[in-house]
Design a protein around this ligand. Structure first.
Ligand SMILES: C[S@@+](CC[C@H](N)C(=O)[O-])C[C@H]1O[C@@H](n2cnc3c(N)ncnc32)[C@H](O)[C@@H]1O
Length: 198
């Protein structure tokens, strides 16, 4: 069992003022794939407590905006370019609401995860449902050539999800950041160059 107080990234996050150690994972993902640019509109699913939103907000600058969505409460952000939306991602109206209110999206990033039960099969299945829903939303809201970043738990359903993603994005890669615990089956999928079917 990992003791959080011994966790290097946890301490570092506290020290630099990030809301979670997850910030470092997104920094590594962006160092690897360079998806953030100034002025983008980014949707962040499963955003609480807000570590990813802080990084995205900084990378896209004040001319961009981050829509940080979670079913859990988030403290308001001091960054002016972060909008908090308290929603379950399975809300069927969510994609339409995003498009109507804010327009189309440059990048959809999802760090959504269930409360871990410790039963691997169960956690993997719920995680896959969250990732499938994120992929569905990506198809509703992304601009052509947009990007997708999504947490997965590796397991029996992973290959199918990768196959589906490859049908929609020009390029698909998997990456495990150093800030992700080695023992965890967590891995991130990156899809670039979204091609809408219409
Ligand atoms: C690992 S945490 C995200 C950490 C976040 N990226 C950060 O940097 O602080 C996973 C989040 O997914 C959210 N989540 C899980 N299922 C969800 C759902 N159906 N709708 C919205 N959020 C969900 C949880 O509430 C939790 O806050």
């Amino acid at each position: 069992m990992n003791n959080l107080s011994d966790d290097f990234y946890y301490k570092k996050a506290k020290y630099v003022g990030y809301r979670s150690r997850a910030s470092f994972k997104l920094l590594e993902l962006n160092d690897k794939f360079r998806f953030f640019t100034k002025g983008q509109f980014v949707v962040d699913l499963g955003a609480a407590p807000g570590g990813w939103a802080q990084i995205a907000a900084k990378k896209i600058g004040k001319e961009g905006k981050v829509l940080a969505i979670d079913k859990a409460y988030m403290e308001p952000f001091k960054e002016n370019n972060v909008i908090v939306l308290h929603q379950d991602i399975f809300n069927k109206q969510l994609g339409t609401m995003i498009n109507k209110t804010y327009g189309s999206v440059d990048g959809l990033i999802s760090d959504c995860a269930p409360n871990i039960s410790g039963q691997y099969g169960r956690d993997h299945s719920i995680q896959t449902m969250l990732a499938e829903r994120a992929l569905e939303l990506a198809q509703e809201v992304l601009k052509d050539a947009g990007y997708f970043v999504c947490k997965l738990f590796q397991g029996s359903e992973t290959q199918e999800l990768i196959r589906e993603t490859k049908q929609i994005f020009g390029l698909v890669k998997l990456f495990k950041p150093k800030a992700s615990r080695k023992k965890s089956s967590e891995i991130y999928l990156y899809g670039y160059n979204y091609q809408s079917k219409e």
